[in-house]
Design a protein around this ligand. Structure first.
Ligand SMILES: [Zn+2]
Length: 141
């Protein structure tokens, strides 16, 4: 992440993991974005689930995403409660991954006015406060 300056950086709270999401979060520490892929119907999904949301198969497997995608839609947040208030304005977005799923995330490393729908972005990882995981966010290519 390349914040405008250190005070403008988005907070990096540690996630609450579950048995279904633990592997996803562990991979973020290694700079990898994992997706679940269904071995039966071939669809990718995110957030991680034990059963495919398309065909309900339990034959899902972890795959590494390319990390590339495009901004599907976004909004610029100008007000929020602490500790996010110090990071405003910041971009909350849905990024459509090249692999298919759309992920809710932040677009970082760019001024909000320079973000646009359809913009090509790639994943970046911001280490969480506890140092155990990283938050996947996206920056222009
Ligand atoms: Zn499926």
């Amino acid at each position: 992440m390349t914040p405008k300056n250190e005070e403008d950086a988005l907070p990096t709270p540690a996630p609450r993991t579950t048995p279904e999401t633990e592997r996803f979060w562990e991979a973020t520490a290694d700079g990898k974005l994992l997706l679940k892929k269904c071995a039966d119907c071939g669809e990718y999904h995110h957030y991680p689930r034990s059963h495919c949301p398309f065909c309900f198969s339990d034959e899902t497997e972890w795959t590494e995403a390319s990390g590339d995608g495009t901004v599907y839609t976004y909004t610029v947040t100008h007000q929020n409660a602490a500790p996010y208030d110090e990071a405003t304005p910041y971009v909350l977005a849905y990024v459509e991954l090249d692999d298919g799923p759309r992920v809710m995330t932040n677009v970082v490393g760019v001024e909000p006015e320079d973000v646009s729908v359809g913009q090509e972005v790639t994943v970046v990882f911001d280490e969480t406060d506890d140092g155990e995981y990283a938050l996947p966010r996206f920056a222009p290519m």
